[in-house]
Design a protein around this ligand. Structure first.
Ligand code: HPA
Length: 273
C-alpha cells in the first residue's frame, strides 16, 4: 500500500498538470501577500485537495498559489498547519514529503516570532541560522520511508549555509537590515510565561514561535535545501520595558514583511543561477 505522502503527491500531480514546482514557500501570519507576485497563478483551495486538512487560524487563507516568480516555478502555501491546531506532526511531514515527490528541491519558510533579545526589536527581520525543537514532537516519528530519507537524518546544515550567505549578501545589497539567530519551537497555543522566556534565552535561542520547525525537519530529511525567515512581531513575555502599542507593532511588522518580500524575490532570481 502507498503511504500518505505518495498518495498526496499523486493528488497534487493531478491538480498541477505539467507544472513542476522547484521551490515551495510557506507563508506565515500576515505574510501571505508574497503569493500575490505569482504570475498567472494556478490557485488550489486546500478544501479541493484530497487528503489536505483545512487551515483553522484567522489570517491564514488555506490555499496553494502556484506559478512563476521571476525565473522560478514556485508553490506557495497561503496558510500553514500548526500542531497546536490539533494536527499530527506526521501530517506536516506527509505534506513536505509530497512536495519533494512532485519535484520541489528548495523550501523557504517564513513565520511571525517573538524576540528573546532586546536589540532584536519588533519589526526586525531575522534569518534563521538554526533551531531548537522544544516541542517534544517530531514529524518523523513512525515508520521511516527509506526512499524519501534516512531514519536518523543529519541536522548540522538544516538551514543551508550557502543559501544563508546568499540571503545576507542580497540583504546588504538591498540595504535591508537582516539579523541572524536561533529559532525555538514551542507547541503553543499559549504565549510563554516570563520564566519560560528566561529559560529559552539561557538555552541560546533568539526568537520563539509555534511553527516552522516541523516543516524544516521533514524537508531536511528529504534532502531539500531550506531557508527560514522570522518577522519579529513582539518581545517575549517579560522582556518589554516600555509598553508597545499594537499599532506600532503592526506597522513595523508590515514594513518587515515588505522587506522580506523584496528579499525573497531577489533570492528566487539568484537560486536559478
Ligand atoms: N511566542 C510564540 N509565538 C509567537 C510569538 C511569541 O511571542 N510571537 C509570534 N509568534
Amino acid at each position: 500500500m502507498m503511504n500518505t505522502a505518495h498518495q498526496l503527491a499523486a493528488e497534487l500531480k493531478s491538480l498541477l498538470g505539467n507544472f513542476v514546482p522547484q521551490t515551495a514557500l510557506i507563508l506565515g501570519s500576515g505574510l501571505g501577500t508574497i503569493a500575490d507576485a505569482v504570475e498567472n497563478p494556478l490557485i488550489i483551495e486546500y478544501a479541493d485537495i484530497k487528503g489536505f486538512p483545512q487551515s483553522t487560524v484567522s489570517g491564514h487563507r488555506g490555499r496553494l498559489v502556484c506559478g512563476r516568480i521571476g525565473q522560478q516555478n514556485v508553490l506557495c502555501m497561503q496558510g500553514r498547519f500548526h500542531l497546536y491546531e490539533g494536527y499530527a506532526a506526521t501530517l506536516i511531514a506527509d505534506i513536505i514529503h509530497a512536495y519533494k515527490l512532485i519535484g520541489v528541491q528548495n523550501l523557504i519558510v517564513t513565520n511571525a516570532a517573538g524576540s528573546l533579545r532586546r536589540e532584536l526589536e519588533p519589526g526586525a527581520l531575522m534569518l534563521i541560522a538554526d533551531h531548537i525543537n522544544f516541542s517534544g514532537r517530531n514529524p518523523l516519528v513512525g515508520p521511516n520511508d527509506d526512499s524519501l530519507g534516512p531514519r536518523f537524518p543529519d541536522m548540522s546544515n538544516a538551514y543551508d549555509q550557502e543559501l544563508r550567505l546568499k540571503a545576507h549578501q542580497i540583504a546588504r545589497q538591498e540595504m535591508i537590515p537582516l539579523a541572524d539567530g536561533v529559532y525555538l519551537w514551542v507547541l503553543g497555543p499559549n504565549f510563554e510565561t516570563a520564566a519560560e522566556i528566561r529559560a529559552f534565552q539561557a538555552l541560546g535561542a533568539d526568537a520563539v514561535g509555534m511553527s516552522t520547525v516541523p516543516e524544516v525537519i521533514a524537508a531536511v530529511h528529504a534532502g531539500m535545501r531550506v531557508l527560514g525567515f522570522s518577522v519579529i512581531t513582539n518581545y517575549g513575555t517579560g522582556l518589554q520595558t516600555q509598553p508597545q502599542t499594537h499599532a506600532e507593532t503592526l506597522a513595523k511588522a508590515d514594513a518587515a514583511a515588505q522587506n522580506l518580500q523584496k528579499l525573497i524575490f531577489a533570492l528566487l532570481k539568484e537560486m536559478n543561477e
